[in-house]
Design a protein around this ligand. Structure first.
Ligand code: AP5
Ligand code: MG
Length: 184
C-alpha cells in the first residue's frame, strides 16, 4: 500500500499517518520529521533546514529530495508507506511521480484532510512546536494555500484523490479512510 496525506498545517497528517501505518503495517514517513531529525543532528545541512522551518518557509526541493527519496526507497522495500507532507509542491509531485512510474510504484491514493482555518489555528496554538507561534502559523497557512493546495487538483485529475472532512474525530477519519480504500 502506497498512500499520501495532503493537508494544511494542523490538518492531522501526522495523527492519521501513525494510525494508518499501524492499521496497514506500513511505514509512516513525515517529511517534517525527517527534516527535524536532520536539524537535531546539528549538521551544516540541518542548520540550513532549521532556518527555513523556523520561518515556516518550504525547504528547497533539492534538499527535500536528497533526504526523502532514500527514505521512501527503504520503506518501499519494507512493503509500503504513507507519505505525510511530501510531495508538497507541484515540482516535487511531478518528480516523485516520475521516479514512481519508472519503478512501477505509483500511489494508490492521495488523501486530502480538509479542515477550516479557524480550527487549524486552534489546534496548532494549543500544541506548541517551535514553529507553532501565531505569526509563523499564519505564514505556514499562506504557503499551503499558495504552493501546496494546487496538489489537490493535480491528484483529483489523476483520479486518486480521496477528500475527507478532517473535522471529525481522529478515529472516525481513520475508519472513513479505511472504508473508502476498501470500496475502490
Ligand atoms: P510539517 O512537519 O509537515 O508540518 P505541517 O505541514 O505544518 O503540519 P503539522 O505537522 O503541523 O500538522 P499535521 O497535519 O501533521 O497535524 P497533526 O497530526 O500533528 O512541516 C514543517 C516544516 O518542514 C514546513 O514548514 C517546511 O519548512 C518543512 N517541510 C516539510 N515537508 C516539506 C516538503 N515536502 N518540502 C519543503 N519543506 C518541507 O495534528 C495537529 C494537532 O491537532 C495535534 O495536536 C493533534 O493532536 C490534533 N489533531 C489531529 N487530528 C485531530 C482531529 N481529527 N480532531 C482534533 N484534533 C486533532
Ligand atoms: Mg505533522
Amino acid at each position: 500500500m502506497r498512500l499520501l496525506l495532503v493537508g494544511a498545517p494542523g490538518s492531522g497528517k501526522g495523527t492519521q499517518g501513525q494510525a494508518l501505518a499501524a492499521l496497514y503495517g506500513i511505514e509512516h514517513l513525515s517529511s517534517g520529521e525527517v527534516l527535524r531529525t536532520e536539524v537535531r543532528a546539528g549538521t551544516p545541512l540541518g542548520q540550513e533546514v532549521a532556518a527555513y522551518q523556523r520561518r515556516g518557509d518550504l525547504v528547497p526541493d533539492q534538499i527535500v529530495f536528497d533526504l526523502l527519496i532514500p527514505a521512501v526507497a527503504a520503506a518501499t522495500a519494507r512493503g509500503g508507506y504513507i507519505l505525510d507532507g511530501f510531495p508538497r509542491t507541484l515540482p516535487q509531485a511531478l518528480e516523485a511521480a516520475d521516479v514512481a512510474r519508472r519503478l512501477d510504484l505509483t500511489l494508490n491514493a492521495a488523501i486530502y484532510l480538509n479542515v477550516p482555518e479557524t480550527i487549524l489555528l486552534q489546534r496548532l496554538l494549543s500544541r506548541a512546536r517551535p514553529d507553532d507561534t501565531a505569526e509563523v502559523i499564519k505564514h505556514r497557512l499562506e504557503v499551503f494555500t499558495q504552493t501546496t493546495s494546487p496538489l489537490i487538483a493535480y491528484y483529483r485529475q489523476r483520479g486518486i484523490l480521496l477528500e475527507l472532512d478532517g473535522e471529525q474525530s481522529p478515529e472516525a477519519i481513520t475508519a472513513e479512510i479505511q472504508a473508502r480504500l476498501t470500496d475502490r
